[in-house]
Design a protein around this ligand. Sequence first.
Ligand code: IPM
Ligand code: MG
Length: 360
Amino acid sequence: MNLNIVCIPGDGIGPEIVTEAKRVLDAVAEKYGHKMQYKDILMGGASIDVHGVPLTDEAVADAKAADAVLMGSIGGNTSTSPWYKLAPNLRPEAGLLAIRKALNLFANLRPAVLYDELSAACPLKEEISAAGFDMMIMRELTGGLYFGDRKTVEENGVRKAIDTLTYDENEIRRIAIKGFDIAMKRRKKVTSVDKANVLDSSRLWRAVVNEVAKDYPEVTLEHMLVDNCAMQLVRDPAQFDVILTENMFGDILSDEASMVTGSIGMLASASLNDTKFGLYEPSHGSAPDIAGQDIANPIATVLSASMMLRYTFDMDKEADAIDNAVKQVLKEGYRTVDIMSEGCTKVGCRKMGELLAERV
Ligand code: IPM
Ligand code: MG
C-alpha cells in the first residue's frame, strides 16, 4: 500500500524525533511491503522563520492532500525566544491551533499507560501504582475557550481581558460518540469530566453525554467534576478507562495523566476528524533546552506513528510490530536519559530509533 504522509518536524527536538519515527516507519514498510511517501511542511517557529507566519495556506493544503500528518513538536522557550515577541496570532502555537481547526480535528486521543518496565519512574506511591493503569483521554479539540471570541480592552483606565467558552450540542455529541466508540473497544467505561456545578457549557455537556449514552447500553458512564478528577488521577488512576472532556480541561488533565505515568516521553496522541484522516504527535512539547543534543526520547513519536498506522491505515499488525518493538527495547534495558534507571543502558535519540527499527 502507498502511504501519503505529511511530516511536520517543527521546532526544538521535533526534527530529531520525527527522523527516528520515519526510520521506524521505513522498517515497517520494508518488512510488510508498503511504500511510505513523505512530504515535509513547516509549522510553528520553523514556519515563522521562513514565511513570517506559523502556518501557511500552502502547508494546510499539503496536509489536506495527505492521508495523515505526523508531527514532532512546535514552539520555543516562551521567555527567551523572539517568536514570543510577536502578536499572539503569529506565535508558534497559533499554527497548531489553526491546523487543528482547518482539518476539523475535533477528537484528540491521548493514552496514558503505566509501562511495567518503567514502573520505577512512576511518581505515585507503590501501593497506588501497583494496580497499574491504562486510560485514554478523549479531549475535544476545536471548541471551547480555545476558539471562543477573546479580547483585551480598557474600561475607565482598567485593563480587562475576556475569553468566551461556548459549546453547541453538535460539538458535544460528535466527541461523545467518539468517546463511547473507543470505550466499546476497551474496558467499556466512560468518565465524562465537566464543571457542571458552575458552568452552563458543562451542564449542556452532561445532558448531551447522557443522551449519547443511551445508544451504548454496555458502557458504564459516570460524571465527574474536573477538580475531583484532578485529585482522582493521583489517588486512584486505575479507576479510569476513557476520560471524555472538553478542550481546556483535557489539556490540563492530559498533562497530569502523562506525568503520573512517569514517562511523558513515551506518550503518543492522535487528533482525528470524521474521516480516516488524522494528525499524530507526541503528547510532550518541543523541549528547546535539549534540542540538537541527540538525547531526546523518540518513543512517543514512534508510538504516534503506530497510532497512525492503526487509525488511519487500519494496519493493525504493522502497528503491533512497532508497539512490540518498543516493549522489546525496554525489556532489553535500553533507555533514553528521561527514563533512565540504574542497571539500564543509556542511549541517545538516534540510537533508540535504530534499535526500534531493527526490532520491527
Ligand atoms: C497541547 C498543547 C497545546 C494546547 C498548546 C501548545 C497550544 O499544550 O497540545 O496540549 O494547549 O492544546
Ligand atoms: Mg497541553
